[in-house]
Write a new protein. Structure first.
Length: 143
């Protein structure tokens, strides 16, 4: 049964959102089911992508807002170590956000981007491109 209000498939949106946070999920399966039922390919891919990016944004926010407490109070990471990590992320980390959709490493990438203060626009652009590409490839057989 399709749970929708207007053109929005909320079950797919929330499945994609939850599966891109630190919790497990399976938005790909639900997307394929919706597509197999004859749903509009572009609409469903966009809904899944937006939900998945929003979930990654939550994980990014957890890293960004938790930075002070995590670094200084709980982990006691020195400013020197933080600086080295930031330089590494500046050099290698940002393009890796294109792979934020991958299982196991995607969520930590988003958390690290927040912890290391990756710019929000850069984060959203790279993560969105990667996630849109992944859902688009899944939907290709239905085009």
């Amino acid at each position: 049964m399709l749970i929708s209000v207007g053109c929005m498939d909320w079950a797919l949106f929330f499945s994609a959102l939850v599966s891109s946070t630190l919790f497990p999920g399976g938005s790909e399966v639900l997307l394929l089911l919706r597509l197999n039922d004859g749903g509009d390919v572009v609409r469903l891919v966009l809904i899944a992508t937006v939900g998945n990016v929003f979930g990654s944004l939550i994980t990014y926010g957890m890293g960004r807002l938790g930075n002070e407490a995590v670094h200084k109070k709980w982990l006691r990471i020195s400013e020197d170590r933080t600086g080295r990590a930031e330089k590494w992320f500046e050099k290698y980390g940002k393009p890796s956000l294109l792979f934020a959709w991958l299982p196991v490493i995607g969520d930590p990438l988003c958390l690290a981007a927040g912890l290391l203060r990756c710019g929000l626009v850069t984060f959203l652009l790279l993560v969105s491109i990667g996630k849109l590409a992944r859902y688009s490839v899944l939907a290709l057989p239905f085009v």
